[in-house]
Design a protein around this ligand. Structure first.
Ligand code: ASP
Length: 335
């Protein structure tokens, strides 16, 4: 009898403490996401869009599709929404253009694809997937990438399609700040070719999914950083920096790209797990801490093959959401 009671107790404990298994995670950028900066309407709009993306990705997984297909479905919804800095809604360069970057990696065979600096591809994540699946390359740039996307039958749009008032206003504000700062700085600094003011509101989007066969894929899509110059490219299209996936874990990052590149952020998380046996939360947090020490900020999402997640950020907030194995959806944005 005692044995039976103990057995039942263990069963109950196991059930109570059973780790939730996640199958899909998304982010919609990190930055100054605070309750004070939000209206109830805006908060709802974000929640609805993130939920829609999570549902779209989850439906693919439920239908037995690959993790890459789930990542694509989720990211396309965020790219098509003007709320995020990816696809429509992308931020503007100093020259007033939208210059888009995206990448994807499939952990199963470590295949990967990316496009950078594109102006006419409606959904850059689709182009990244096409590069991964239908070319022998990993990264295509600018006009060449656009030509390839067209040949792949992807939707090409007039660059004006990406214009949104919000992103345009952000550029004007940042440029104004830049002007004011320039008045205060020395002649030397003024002429220093590296000087420019950037905005630290990151609205990049990303997704990591785990499919029914246990394969992980991770993808990221962005307009980069407001007021970027000289065809600057961030971490989002760089495999190992903004995006990475292997058979153990998938990662998508958002934040000040230069630091994520220098920290080889996404790959570092996977390496800490691979070589140091660290769990996903420790690996992700340590990597973000290293970025913070270097002076960078942002956040990331990570999902491992057992359905564990990490979503650290060192900004005021980060748009993020999860779906568990049984379809339970959670969306958050504040600390
Ligand atoms: N990481 C992106 C970049 O540096 C920006 C972002 O996350 O919003 O281009």
């Amino acid at each position: 009898m005692r044995d039976l009671t103990a057995f039942i107790l263990i069963l109950i404990m196991n059930f109570t403490f059973a780790q939730k298994k996640y199958v899909l995670v998304i982010h919609g950028g990190a930055g100054s996401v605070t309750k004070e900066n939000m209206t109830p309407e805006k908060e709802n709009a974000y929640k609805e869009k993130l939920t829609e993306a999570l549902k779209a990705g989850y439906t693919e997984l439920q239908n037995g599709k690959t993790s890459a297909e789930a990542v694509q479905s989720a990211i396309v919804i965020l790219e098509d929404s003007p709320l995020f800095n990816a696809g429509k809604g992308a931020v503007f360069t100093n020259e007033g253009k939208n210059e888009l970057d995206a990448s994807i990696m499939s952990g199963k065979d470590k295949s990967a694809g990316a496009v950078a600096g594109v102006h006419t591809i409606k959904n850059p994540i689709k182009a990244a997937i096409a590069v991964m699946q239908n070319s022998e390359h990993v990264m295509l740039l600018g006009k060449g990438a656009e030509k390839f996307a067209k040949l792949q039958g992807l939707e090409i749009v007039n660059p004006k399609y990406f214009w949104t008032e919000n992103a345009w206003e952000s550029l004007q504000k940042v440029k104004q700040r830049e002007l004011e700062k320039q008045k205060k700085i020395s002649e030397h600094e003024k002429n220093y070719p590296d000087y420019f003011e950037i905005d630290h509101k990151f609205g990049t989007v990303g997704c990591v999914a785990l499919d029914q066969n246990g394969n992980i894929a991770a993808g990221t899509s962005t307009g980069g950083m407001t007021n970027k110059k000289w065809n600057r490219i961030g971490d989002a299209p760089i495999i190992g920096a903004g995006t990475y996936a292997d058979s153990e874990v998938g990662i998508s990052c958002t934040g000040w790209g230069e630091f994520f590149i220098r920290a080889t952020a996404a790959r570092t998380i996977a390496a800490k797990m691979e070589y140091q046996n660290k769990d996903i939360k420790t690996a992700a947090q340590e990597t973000l801490d290293e970025i913070e020490k270097m002076g960078g900020n942002g956040g990331l999402i990570a999902l491992d093959k057992n359905g564990n997640i990490a979503m650290p950020f060192n900004t005021q907030g980060m748009f993020r959401g999860t779906v568990s194995e049984n379809g339970e959806i959670e969306v958050e944005m504040y600390k």
